[in-house]
Design a protein around this ligand. Structure first.
Ligand code: ASP
Length: 326
């Protein structure tokens, strides 16, 4: 019996060894799952990253959008995906806010993933439909006050970054708005431009070109400091606009299902590091207001520590706001 056990352990070890050496599996693409709709800000980061990781990985890298429930459906899909390194998740701050926003989670954020490293940090912008009578934040505040009970605000569902930002905004100005959930902020942006919704808080990776093209109105950025991106540097911070202590920065990280072989994890991490140094990737991201992570959080262990600190930071804030979903 003892001998049998030893044999099976050896067999598993041999198998794991074979898998590890084979990564990436010849002709099999690596899929980056984006837990939101195509054409949105998370999707944008993923598509730029996929391009930059192709060469260092020596494999085709494709993006799959698995949208819904504020990102938890896509994240759950990856948590339960085959552990061969060929399915990874690109997720944002929702990774850390969902555990507080959902009473029941289909996966365990800290236990069910291999942390592959952080990618970037992205500011959010508070934007409005082009037909909104307000042009500055001050005018917007007056308009909101005059239209109490009638203002609606789009988001990408509970647990999404836009949900978190909208939540903090409503709580800061002590005004409830009607929230309109979408499966990502790409469709929310379409409705905002069409005037079906009034306001949206979204990552600059999705709003910069609309702000530049004046197809939406922009009121403020959510970072503590003004941005240096040419198209966004005129925007006041929420704090300058008068909302004390308001600060939200979105970050993106890469994850694989727990149990992915160490060799695949190491290779993906190395490819991520190479992508983060790729001048083309840096240029594209910076033009959209994103800042590439250049510190130790590009290592899995530090990335995991950071997410744990974000869970600890946002949990009490969300609990105090009294919002949750079943
Ligand atoms: N920006 C969205 C959010 O609110 C997600 C997306 O569509 O990428 O989290």
């Amino acid at each position: 019996m003892k001998q049998l056990f030893t044999l099976s352990v050896l067999a598993v070890a041999a198998l794991t060894g074979a898998n590890a050496a084979d990564f990436p599996i010849k002709d099999k693409p690596i899929t980056i799952v984006v837990p939101f709709t195509a054409g949105g800000p998370t999707d944008r980061v993923a598509r730029d990253l996929a391009e930059a990781m192709r060469k260092p990985l020596g494999a085709n890298v494709v993006v799959e959008n698995v949208a819904g429930a504020g990102g938890t459906i896509g994240a759950n899909k990856v948590a339960k995906a085959p552990q061969d390194g060929h399915t990874v998740l690109l997720h944002h701050i929702g990774m850390a806010t969902s555990p507080a926003l959902y009473r029941k989670m289909p996966y365990n954020t800290t236990e069910d993933f291999e942390y592959l490293g952080m990618v970037n940090e992205v500011p959010m912008t508070l934007i409005g439909r082009p037909t909104l009578p307000a042009t500055t934040y001050k005018e917007l505040a007056v308009w909101i006050e005059q239209n109490k009970g009638k203002v609606n605000l789009g988001n990408a569902g509970l647990g999404a970054a836009s949900h978190l930002c909208g939540l903090l905004f409503q709580s800061a100005i002590k005004t409830d708005m009607t929230t309109v959930p979408y499966k990502g902020t790409a469709p929310a942006m379409n409705d905002l431009m069409g005037g079906q919704i009034d306001l949206l808080c979204d990552q600059s990776t999705n709003t910069t070109s609309q702000i530049e093209g004046k197809t939406v109105k922009a009121f403020a950025v959510t970072t503590a400091k003004r941005l240096t991106t040419p198209a966004l540097k005129h925007l006041p911070t929420m704090q300058e606009a008068g909302i004390k202590g308001f600060e939200v920065t979105i970050w993106h990280g890469l994850y694989a299902p727990k149990g992915t072989p160490a060799d695949a994890v190491t290779k993906i991490n190395a490819a991520l590091k190479a992508a983060l140094k790729d001048p083309e990737f840096i240029k594209k991201q910076e033009a959209l207001g994103a800042v590439i992570v250049a510190d130790k959080r590009v290592d899995g262990a530090e990335h995991k520590k950071f997410v744990a600190s974000e869970i600890a930071k946002w949990g009490p804030i969300i609990q105090a706001a009294g919002v949750y979903a079943d």
